[in-house]
Ligand binder design. Structure first.
Ligand code: SF4
Length: 104
């Protein structure tokens, strides 16, 4: 009886620890920026810069893209990376928004 109770408590502690680790892992995983995010919509963000609404955002001109924006925090050549404008959410290197600043 004592042994099975101990095993039960041990199993419970292990499961609780696993859930905590999973929560920490999820919390630390940056989220992809959605085009429907209110800030993304207001700044005209698109995963594919060629789909930017040129009438609303005349500033856009190829080859402007997140991948060559000064704010892009991915490495050169990365397909995506965090952007501080959106709290570190992941933007696509081919993406674009109206906060674009040419990398110097
Ligand atoms: S600020 Fe730059 S890196 Fe961030 S979404 Fe806009 S264009 Fe992309």
């Amino acid at each position: 009886m004592y042994s099975s109770r101990r095993r039960f408590l041990s199993l419970g502690a292990t499961l609780a620890g696993s859930f905590c680790l999973a929560e920490v892992a999820l919390a630390d995983t940056p989220q992809k920026l959605l085009e429907t995010d209110p800030t993304a919509e207001s700044l005209g963000y698109k995963d594919d810069g060629s789909k930017v609404d040129h009438a609303k955002f005349p500033k856009y001109a190829p080859p402007q893209a997140c991948g060559n924006c000064a704010l892009f925090q991915g490495k050169t050549g990365d397909a995506s990376g965090p952007c501080p404008i959106y709290g570190g959410k992941i933007v696509q290197a081919k993406g674009w928004c109206n906060a674009y600043v040419k990398k110097g």
